[in-house]
Design a protein around this ligand. Structure first.
Ligand SMILES: Cc1ncc(COP(=O)(O)O)c(C=O)c1O
Length: 324
């Protein structure tokens, strides 16, 4: 008698090309995640019984945390058959998710079209073009909401040509963080994390990571943060009270929410570059500002936050050259 192989009996368990590449560490896609957890050592923390660590997400091959959800959304779509060869990946993104799609699309042979507000940083647009993506510029006045609307119209007109991951409403976005980011933080902090602090953009990072961390230890407090006004310079983050609220958002997961001003974030990003050797983006500066606020309010603990991307993406900003 000849035994059938597992894949003969269960065709649905046969790995897709994408799944094989994700497990292969010699593939660019296999190098997504597993980022370092770095301790803040030099910037004064108001309480010496509190330690702050940051997940260094600019170590991802696409340069940001967005490699994780982009990969998961494409993996789940290939598995369900909604993404098939020949389709164009299209989405609205303030930049980092677009770069992640463009990088993964290039590695897998998918075309990528991205709608983004015309005021997105020139460095980001340049990177997107380098990966071969097509850019569709929408009005700066309507921000990412306007870019989302443009994509919806294109997809509605030609549904058979496009795959629209819709990161604001796709549960694979938060599941990426549930299965990878949270698990890494739990292990890298040797299960000592007491507080998790993250900014809200699509909200995927905060929702997925908090959901899993609370399952690991229900006493972990999860604190979200956002810009203090609708007009802000914290690229990637949303002022939720005045923006379209993402469908994946779940306010019940937040034990607290704090706001950060653009100037505070600039100051912290500058300090991280000059005092910690961490050249990070503006939302990382905001993450440290929010974490320091929490540190001043608690007696002791281990705060873990996220530094979503690196500073090179914002190198044309003037604040880097200013003095305190
Ligand atoms: C630089 C930056 N920071 C923070 C975020 C927020 O992450 P999330 O979309 O998971 O809420 C993003 C998202 O695009 C981002 O690009």
């Amino acid at each position: 008698m000849t035994w059938k192989t597992k894949t003969d009996s269960y065709p649905e368990v046969r790995e897709t090309e994408l799944q094989q590449l994700v497990r292969d560490h010699s593939s660019i896609l296999g190098s997504i995640g597993h980022t370092p957890l770095l301790k803040i050592r030099n910037i004064p923390i108001p309480n010496d019984r509190v330690h702050i660590y940051a997940k260094a997400e600019w170590f991802n091959p696409g340069g940001s945390i967005k490699d994780r959800p982009a990969l998961h959304m494409l993996l789940e779509a290939e598995n369900s058959g909604t993404l098939t060869k020949g389709k164009i990946i299209i989405d609205a993104t303030s930049g980092n998710t677009g770069i992640a799609y463009a990088m993964i699309g290039s590695a897998l042979g998918y075309k990528v079209t991205l709608a983004l507000p015309s005021n997105a940083s020139p460095e980001r647009k340049q990177v997107l073009r380098a990966y071969g993506a097509e850019i569709l510029e929408t009005s700066a006045l309507t921000g990412t909401d306007g870019a989302q609307q443009a994509v919806k119209e294109i997809v509605a007109a030609h549904p058979e040509q496009y795959f629209y991951p819709d990161q604001y409403n796709n549960p694979a976005n938060w599941r990426a963080h549930y299965t990878t980011t949270a698990w890494e933080i739990w292990n890298q902090s040797s299960k000592r994390i007491t507080h998790f602090v993250a900014g809200l953009g699509t909200t995927g990072t905060f929702i997925g990571t908090s959901r899993r961390l609370k399952e690991c230890d229900p006493s972990i407090l999860c604190i979200s943060f956002g810009p203090d006004s609708p007009l802000h310079g914290l690229e990637g983050l949303k002022h939720l009270p005045t923006a379209l609220v993402p469908g994946i958002y779940d306010p019940a997961l937040a034990d607290n929410h704090v706001t950060v001003s653009t100037d505070e974030a600039y100051g912290m990003a500058r300090q991280l570059a000059r005092e910690e050797g961490m050249f990070v983006g503006i939302s990382s500066g905001a993450a440290l500002a929010a974490s320091l606020r929490i540190a001043s309010e608690i007696e002791s603990g281990v705060i873990v936050t996220i530094f979503p991307d690196g500073g090179a993406r914002y190198s044309s900003e003037h604040f880097w050259n200013e003095h305190e």
